[in-house]
Design a protein around this ligand. Structure first.
Ligand code: F6P
Length: 552
C-alpha cells in the first residue's frame, strides 16, 4: 500500500496548512459570519463545536478526501466485522460487540459473540445482586461492605473514571457498599485502604486481562496476606473475599480464585477498551445493572452513528480529522482535555491511556518509520482548577496546544441527607455554581481563540490567541451520555490511527520495560548481581548503601 504521506491528498493538505493554517482564528471568524453554525454538529445528547479549530471549509474538504484515500470506510467496516485490525497481535478489536443490545447478532468467524457476552454479563449481574442484597458474606458471616478493585491501566482507569463520574447515579441498593480502587505498584493506595477497611467485610476484585501484570499481582498478594493475618483458613478467605475478572481464567484459578468467582472477558477486548466488559463490575456494583446497560446503550448509539453516518456529519470522524490536522499538518503536538465538571476529573487520565497507548506509535502498519507526527502529548484536568494552574501556558506560553472543552449543559443536584429547607437553598447555590463553571468554560475557549492584544498595555498583558479548541457539550451527564462520550473518543482515536496508518490496538512500547524491571529486581533483591548500565549501576549502589543504613 502507498504510504499515506505519499498520497496526493496528503500533499494537498500540507500545502493548505502552509497558507490557510496560518490565518488567525480572529480573521477566520471575521471572514465568515456563519462560521459558528457551519462548524457545529449535533448528534444525540452532543453538540460538537469545531468553529474554534484552525480549519476552513477547504481544509475540511481535503481532510475528508484524505479519509477516503486512506480507506477509512474500509477500516471501519473491518473493525466492526471482527477482522484482525490488530495485526501485530493477530487480534480483532471487538469492544463494540460488548455494547450491542442482547438479541442482536455479531457473527465473527461463524460464531455469534453476543450470547456469550450476555451470558457473562448475567453472571456479573448475579454477583451484583448478591452484593446489593447483602448476601455475599465474608469469612465471619458478615455481609460485604467494601469492594476494592485491584487492577492497573485499562483494568483500573475506565471503571474508576466511570464510578467517579456517575457517583450521583449510585444505586440506592448500593448505598451501604463502598467501591475503592488500588492500582499503584508500590502498594501506597492499598496500604492506605487496609488501614481503615475491615477484613471481615472486604471483597477484592483482581482485575487483569492477562492475570500476569506485576503491579496487580503484587497488590493481590498483599491483600491475601492481610486477610490471612486475620483468618488463617486460606480456602475460606480465597472463596469469600476474591473475585477475578480476566481473559486468562487458568491463571486466576492457579492463583487460588474459585472458578465460579471468575468473570470472563475475551482476548479480542483491548485493555483500554474493556470497561464495557466484566471489567465494568465495580461500575455495575455502584450504579446497578440498569444504569450499566444505559452506559452501554450510549456507547452503542455512537457506534451506530460512527458506522453509518456520512463522514461530513460523523462526530468521531470529524474529531479525528481535526486531531490529525492539528498534530500532523499544523504541528501542534500537545492536547489539553478540560472538563468543566468535577465529576469528569478522571476523564483526562483515562484519555491519556486511550490516546497515547493507542496512537503513541512511530512505525506504520508495514513497520516503516513514519516521517510525520502522530499522537500528541495529552494531559488535562478539571478546567476551572486548571485555570489556576497551567492555563498561563495556554494563554501566554510558547507552546501551541489544542484544547478540548467538555461540559454538560444541564445539571441536577441530588442532595442526600439535607433537610428540605436548607437543601433547597444549597441546591440553588449549586445550580449557580454550575452556571459559573459554564461561563468560565465559554470565556476561556473564547479568549484562547480570539486573544486580546491592546497596544496600550504592556506585552505581558497581551493574549495572542489562535490556540485552537473543540467544545463538546453534553445535554446532561447521564450514564447514556457518558457511554457516548467515551465511545466518541475511542472512535476518534481509531480514525486518527487510520489516517496515520498505524495500529492503535497493540502496545509493544510498554513491554521491554517490564522485562528490564524484572532483571533489575533480581539484582536489587540479591546482595550481588551486575548491571551493564553505568547510570543504573550507580543508582543501585546508592540504594544499597541507603538500604544498608550507610546513608547517602
Ligand atoms: O502494560 C500495559 C497494559 O498491558 C495495558 O495495556 C493494560 O490496560 C494494563 O497493562 C493492564 O493489563 P492487565 O489487564 O493484563 O493486567
Amino acid at each position: 500500500m502507498t504510504p499515506v504521506d505519499a498520497l496526493p491528498e496528503w500533499h494537498a493538505l500540507l500545502a493548505h496548512a502552509g497558507t490557510a493554517g496560518r490565518v488567525h482564528l480572529r480573521e477566520q471568524f471575521a471572514a465568515d459570519p456563519d462560521r459558528a453554525a457551519r462548524f457545529a454538529f449535533r448528534h444525540g445528547p452532543f453538540l460538537l463545536d469545531l468553529s474554534r479549530q484552525r480549519l476552513d471549509a477547504a481544509a475540511v474538504e481535503r481532510l475528508l478526501a484524505l479519509a477516503v484515500a486512506a480507506d477509512l470506510r474500509g477500516w471501519i467496516d473491518r473493525l466492526f466485522a471482527g477482522d484482525e485490525v490488530n495485526h501485530t497481535e493477530r487480534q480483532a478489536a471487538l469492544h463494540t460487540v460488548l455494547r450491542m443490545p442482547a438479541g442482536t447478532v455479531a457473527r465473527v468467524g461463524g460464531e455469534d459473540l453476543v450470547p456469550a457476552v450476555e451470558r457473562e454479563r448475567q453472571r456479573m449481574a448475579g454477583m451484583v445482586e448478591r452484593l446489593h442484597a447483602g448476601h455475599w458474606r465474608g469469612y465471619s458471616g458478615r455481609a460485604i461492605t467494601d469492594i476494592v478493585n485491584i487492577g492497573v491501566g485499562g483494568s483500573d482507569l475506565g471503571p474508576a473514571m466511570v464510578c467517579d463520574a456517575l457517583h450521583d447515579f449510585t444505586d440506592p441498593r448500593a448505598a451501604k457498599l463502598r467501591v475503592h480502587f488500588a492500582s499503584s505498584m508500590d502498594g501506597s493506595q492499598l496500604n492506605r485502604l487496609l488501614r481503615v477497611l475491615d477484613p471481615e467485610t472486604t471483597l477484592f476484585i483482581v482485575s487483569s486481562k492477562s492475570f500476569s501484570t506485576a503491579d496487580t499481582l503484587a497488590n493481590a498478594r498483599t491483600a491475601r496476606e492481610w486477610l490471612l493475618a486475620h483468618q488463617a483458613d486460606e480456602a475460606l478467605v480465597l472463596r469469600q473475599h476474591f473475585v477475578a475478572v480476566t481473559a486468562s481464567p487458568d491463571k486466576a484459578v492457579a492463583w487460588g480464585i474459585a472458578a465460579d468467582h471468575i468473570l470472563l472477558f475475551w482476548r479480542w477486548v483491548g485493555g483500554r477498551y474493556s470497561l464495557w466488559s466484566t471489567i465494568g463490575f465495580p461500575i455495575a456494583v455502584q450504579v446497578g445493572m440498569a444504569r450499566f446497560r444505559e452506559l452501554l446503550a450510549g456507547a452503542h448509539a455512537i457506534d451506530e452513528h460512527f458506522r453509518t453516518a456520512a463522514f461530513a456529519q460523523n462526530l468521531p470522524v470529524l474529531l479525528g480529522l481535526a486531531g490529525v490536522w492539528n498534530t500532523t499538518f499544523l504541528g501542534i503536538r500537545a492536547q489539553a482535555v478540560l472538563p468543566y465538571d468535577g465529576r469528569l476529573a478522571m476523564f483526562p487520565a483515562y484519555l491519556e491511556q486511550l490516546a497515547m497507548e493507542s496512537n503513541g506509535k512511530g512505525v506504520d502498519r508495514a513497520g516503516r518509520p513514519v516521517a510525520y507526527a502522530t499522537c500528541p502529548v495529552l494531559w488535562g484536568g478539571v478546567g476551572p482548577n486548571a485555570q489556576h494552574a497551567f492555563y498561563q501556558l495556554l494563554h501566554q506560553g510558547t507552546v501551541p496546544v489544542t484544547c478540548d472543552f467538555i461540559a454538560p449543559v444541564r445539571r441536577e443536584f441530588p442532595l442526600h441527607g439535607i433537610d428540605a429547607v436548607a437543601g433547597e437553598q444549597a441546591r440553588r447555590e449549586l445550580a449557580s455554581q454550575h452556571r459559573l463553571a459554564l461561563a468560565n468554560c465559554l470565556a476561556q475557549s473564547r479568549l484562547l481563540a480570539m486573544g486580546d492584544v491592546d497596544p496600550s498595555r504592556p506585552a505581558w498583558r497581551h493574549y495572542h490567541g489562535n490556540q485552537p479548541s473543540t467544545t463538546l457539550l453534553l445535554d446532561e451527564l447521564t450514564p447514556f451520555a457518558l457511554g457516548g462520550l467515551i465511545a466518541l473518543y475511542e472512535h476518534k482515536v481509531f480514525v486518527e490511527s487510520v489516517l496515520w496508518n498505524i495500529n492503535p490496538f497493540d502496545q509493544w512500547g510498554v513491554e521491554l520495560g517490564k522485562q528490564v524491571a524484572n532483571e533489575t529486581l533480581s539484582v536489587l533483591d540479591s546482595a550481588g548481581g551486575a548491571i551493564d548500565d553505568a547510570a543504573t549501576a550507580a543508582l543501585v549502589a546508592h540504594m544499597r548503601r541507603v538500604l544498608g543504613g550507610e546513608g547517602a
